[in-house]
Design a protein around this ligand. Sequence first.
Ligand SMILES: [Zn+2]
Length: 197
Amino acid sequence: MIFDYPVLRIGRTHGPTGYSSYESFRPWLRDEFTFRCVYCLKRETWGQVTGEFELDHFEPQSLIPERTLDYFNLIYACRRCNSVKLDQPIDDPLKFLASDVVVVLPDGVLSSDSLDAKRLIGQIDLNSPALQRWRVMWMRIVDLAKERDSALHQQLTGFPEDLPDLGRLRPPSNSRPEGIEISWHAKQQRGQLPESY
Ligand SMILES: [Zn+2]
């Protein structure tokens, strides 16, 4: 389902370091966060404007400037969610916006029994009426595409065309080079890319 959060992950797949601008981390973050906003799950393929997605400093630059170029402090988020988060200190979304903690109801509401997840949902305002309507609208669009237009359905639920080839990038250093082998582009090269996610 398009609004199912990913399974809980401990740690990251990639670990590039040493870039002098945080934009250089973008291809790594796109792959790490599977081409969607970590908070609301908006996908790149729903607008095709990659520039709408921002590299969010989890611990705000204003408070912890020394982590500005730290890959492990960067998160892939849409403009809407990044602008709601601002400089709030929040819990790790990879930990609390996970499939075993949060479920999406048919009316577009995010539901959770976890107090930590509820707090995070409140901080990012993920149950705003506008976002609930937006989820219901997308669930309906994807259902209709599934019934009537399989190419469109594939486009809306599949991977973007421009998967970053991380093996060709040359970060000054990489603490997790083994992650490249399980990047989406590498899976595609091996014929193992899922049709949808
Ligand atoms: Zn978002």
